[in-house]
Design a protein around this ligand. Structure first.
Ligand code: G6P
Length: 616
């Protein structure tokens, strides 16, 4: 939520900052703004709306050359998405420009104190108080921006990443972080600060993680990190191994379409190197002792949105393979209901960004109860893996479109690997069984490729159904979380009423929603294996069909029975039942993407959403 970039070096800061903001726009796009230091004073430009509005303004009213600058793209919390609420915010004396991600929870008190002291605040934001507080703190600390930042941060409550510049110290950029993300890019004669590495990885692959309650001071040649009391800290260095082209559209009209098409590779990359030549699961990154995996008595998954759906899919597999109970909790509810977790629990936090505040807080709560924690994450250097006992990275590469696609498939893969690792450690599956499942997983990139090759008719179907006001999604077993994910994609992108239900639950209420012509997407279980599920879903289809629903079945090749019960059939390849989500989700992603496109929506940046939600 909110993207932040800071730069000091030899290049034109504005160019670096705006390019970085473009990469971070997925974090919020209610407004954008920049500030640079030129000839000993601050120059800012800011504009409500997407980054392109700011770029237009910069064209009309250019900024002077400068090698020190900051920029911000906003997801509004305090104060509407207006020009005056856009960041940077500047102190009354015009000295300090500040950008912020997070929520300063005690801002009302601070605001009152400032007002009482005669300061006039010009925005409705919580951020502006920081600019005034810093300006007022500077004289007492010998004008050291770093020390003033320590003093101010110690008075703030809540979540914040702050980045500030001061024209009287034109060659430094100072940042601070508590709870919200901030990483350092270490260049050659230039340094960067950003909400995530996407903002600078085309300039440098060398990065530093910042911990909780730390302050960083950048010059072109140095990076100094301290805690809020000024004690020096040595940050952990890491390397960004993303392919530079991964953050470009690469010939696709939309990032989402590109990311959908990258799923076979993302799945393959997330499986690679995680099996020994003998066919054993080998997760070297799981630095937890194997005894932990043997001794736990329950697994709890905490996650939000799409990541929670991946957790729900994984529950079916992990329980089946390990016979351990698996709870899947929406992270935002977890810590507020006194959950039963302790040293015998493995709490798995699934998060593409590694920064989702609800998930982070759930993870911290679990850790405080003594639980062992494991992150499944796509973003190296992010907070959730850093605060977990162990991490298993997904290798989806950067996911830019707000609606998650390739991250979902790789989260399922990673959670399945954890499930197999648990089964192996506990002797719950034989080596042969594990080898068989691994073979199924290794077949999946090719199966997903097949789906992509045959998905074109889904677009025509979306166009045909684009006037529908409501779409329901039904599934059973692992098809249920897929139904939830299909509905979530449609809500996020097409702004339509869409709901996913377990097909068996339909008759207990949701069936009242069915009327003539309502499209119902049904994720049909395989007729092979547990045919009972197939039979039951056919009955559920009959129930809604009898009431006028238009049935769109997502069914496997060779399921001929379904043709007699569906108005439209979307075919996916035959795969083992637990692998089905990896193929059946893909057409639903395409369906939502096309539906949104037909409606003229911005698919990559849907309204009101942000990809990385760093507030609770
Ligand atoms: C936001 C995004 C969703 C995402 C969820 C969890 O709500 O809009 O697409 O699934 O956050 O994000 P995470 O980064 O933790 O996977």
């Amino acid at each position: 939520m909110c993207g932040i970039v800071g730069y000091v070096g030899q290049k034109q800061a504005l160019e670096v900052v705006v390019a970085g903001l473009r990469r971070l726009e997925y974090r919020g796009y209610d407004s954008a703004g920049v500030a640079v230091i030129a000839d000993g004073h601050l120059e800012t430009r800011k504009k409500a709306g997407k980054l392109t509005n700011l770029e237009t303004l910069l064209g009309e009213d250019p900024l002077p050359n400068s090698t020190t600058g900051i920029g911000h793209t906003r997801w509004a919390t305090h104060g509407g998405p207006t020009d005056s609420n856009a960041h940077p915010h500047v102190s009354e004396d015009g000295r300090i420009a500040v950008i912020h991600n997070g929520i300063i929870e005690n801002f009302a008190v601070l605001r009152e104190e400032l007002t009482a002291a005669g300061v006039t605040l010009t925005s409705e934001t919580d951020t502006e108080v920081v600019a005034h507080m810093l300006a007022r703190a500077l004289p007492a600390v010998g004008d050291s921006l770093q020390v003033a930042m320590q003093a101010v941060c110690s008075q703030l409550e809540g979540a914040f990443t702050l980045v500030v510049i001061d024209p009287s110290q034109p060659d430094i950029v100072v940042g601070a972080r508590r709870n919200s993300p901030l990483v350092v890019g270490v260049g050659d004669g230039e340094n960067f600060l950003a909400s995530d590495v996407a903002a600078f990885f085309e300039h440098t692959r060398n990065a530093l993680e910042l911990g909780q309650d730390q302050i960083v001071t950048l010059t072109a040649e140095s990076v100094t990190v301290t805690d809020f009391s000024g004690n020096p800290v040595t940050p952990r260095a890491f390397t960004v191994d993303w392919d530079a082209s991964a953050a470009e559209k690469g010939g696709f009209d939309l990032f989402m379409l590109k990311e959908i098409s990258e799923q076979p590779k993302a799945v393959a990359d997330s499986l690679r190197g995680r099996t020994s030549p003998q066919g054993r699961i080998q997760l070297d990154e799981l630095t937890l002792d194997e005894s932990v995996f043997r001794d736990i008595t329950k697994v709890v998954v905490v996650a939000c949105g799409t990541a929670a759906h991946a957790g729900m899919v994984a529950k079916y597999a992990i329980e089946h393979w390990t016979r351990l109970p698996v709870d899947v909790e929406l992270a935002s509810e977890f810590r507020y209901r006194d959950p039963v977790v302790g040293p015998d629990s493995l709490v798995i936090a699934i998060s593409q960004s590694g920064e989702t505040m609800d998930t982070l807080m759930a993870l911290r709560h679990a850790a405080a109860q003594g639980a062992r924690t494991l992150a499944i994450c796509n973003t190296v250097g992010s907070t959730i893996p850093r605060e977990s006992d162990a991490v298993l990275y997904t290798y989806a590469g950067p996911e830019i479109a707000v609606a998650s696609t390739k991250a979902f498939l790789t989260q399922i893969i990673a959670a399945y690997l954890v499930g197999l690792f648990l089964a192996q450690a506990r002797g719950a599956l034989t080596e042969e069984e594990i080898r068989g499942i691994l073979q199924d997983l290794n077949d999946m990139p090719q199966k997903v490729d097949l789906v992509l090759d045959t998905v074109e008719p889904v677009r025509a179907l979306a166009q045909q159904l684009s006037t529908a006001t409501s779409v329901l999604f039904l599934g059973r077993h692992v098809g249920y979380p897929v139904a939830l994910e299909g509905a979530l994609k449609l809500k996020e992108l097409a702004y339509m009423h869409a709901e996913g239900f377990p097909a068996g639950e339909l008759k207990h209420g949701p069936i009242a929603l069915i009327e003539d012509g309502v499209p119902v997407v049904v994720v049909v279980p395989s007729p092979r294996g547990r045919a009972v599920l197939h039979d039951k879903i056919i009955s559920n289809i009959q129930e809604v069909r009898a009431r006028g629903a238009v049935i769109i079945a997502v069914a496997e090749e060779g399921d001929e029975v379904i043709t007699g019960f569906a108005d439209h059939v979307i075919r996916v390849p035959e795969v083992p039942p637990l692998m089905q989500p990896l193929v059946s989700t893909v057409p639903l992603q395409v369906f939502a993407c096309e539906m949104a496109t037909v409606k003229g929506h911005d698919v990559d940046q849907p309204r009101n959403l942000a990809k990385s939600v760093t507030v609770e």
